[in-house]
Design a protein around this ligand. Sequence first.
Ligand code: SAM
Length: 374
Amino acid sequence: MTMNDQWAHVEVLRLGHRPERDKRITTHVALVARAFGASSIHIDTKDPSLERNIESVTDRFGGDFRIETGVPRKRVMGRWAGTIVHLTMYGAPLDDTIREIPEGEDVLVIVGAEKVPADVYDLAHFNIAVANQPHSEVSALALFLDRLFKGKEIKRTLGGGEVKIHPTNVGKIVADHNDITFEQIIDPFEMDIDPVPSKEDCLGLLLALGISRPVLTHLKEVHRLGMEMVKASRKIGTLPDLDLGLLEAGLLLHDIGRARTHSIRHVTLGAELASKLGLDERIVSIIHNHIGAGITKGEASDIGLPAEDHIPLTLEEMIVCHADNLVGDHKRRPLSAALERLRIKGANAAIARMEALHEELETLLGIDIDELIG
Ligand code: SAM
């Protein structure tokens, strides 16, 4: 069977449906039939609620898939003018047999529930196994339809329906047909933003990347704390020269790599991502150097990162790094709590480095950081 010009006409016959026991699995058989390219499903036992469920899926998500229940198998098979395929673990191998199905014929695919009556094996033109192991009518049907349609069925769009799903890996985007939400979906790589983005653009970028809510909450709190350090320093007239826009973007974007992984590699993947997005090299560097109070080449390779120094050197890097140390998941914590975590891990070199960073920042900014922790 080829799918070049026309969509092959395939219908499914589900045998042995017991409404009290099989509602969920038969619903899944019907959903697979609909989603994977069949035109309709016939079910041997009457089940009005199952019919309503499937009809409401079609009304909502489109297409013209049909369902009938309470129809005897002999009637469906007896009136079938095309080829009949029965899926069974006892059948012939899928890949060899599917090639034998005559091109251009309509196909009726039969799947069972419990024991399938012997006459089905006889009346079927093909008894096909999707691996000669027991599994399920849902998986067997999905794999058979996918092979029959050569994978094209999953790229199809179904017309009509009340809503449309926009494919995305950044969450769930469902739009009303009347609404033009699709235009509002932002590709982070297509965003027109400065290399040092404004606060609003940083937040837009994070959302476009699909950053999770807890990470966003953490980033906002790190941003708040970092900016408060600057404000406190400015208030008493001790603020050294620093690029405020760069700091703000660095605070908000330092965990951008968490849009890809929560492992320690979020640091290097984040720096790479920022680079690909065309962000300023200084932001890339802030992201790269924000772990702990900085780690050395040797420590980096010990934890599976490329052997590179990750030491915060500029004032902006130091503020981002330490504001991050002083915000746990989303709440501020005193230096002692951050040090305690390192102590538990036995990271003695890191303890000394974090204490030194704390002191150095207090000296550079002329402030008591502990006062901001509350
Ligand atoms: N014991 C039943 C029988 O004798 O046919 C099979 C029960 S099985 C849970 C339900 C249905 O899943 C089968 O009727 C068949 O359609 C499908 N199925 C399960 N394993 C299969 C396989 N390896 N290949 C093709 N279909 C399979």
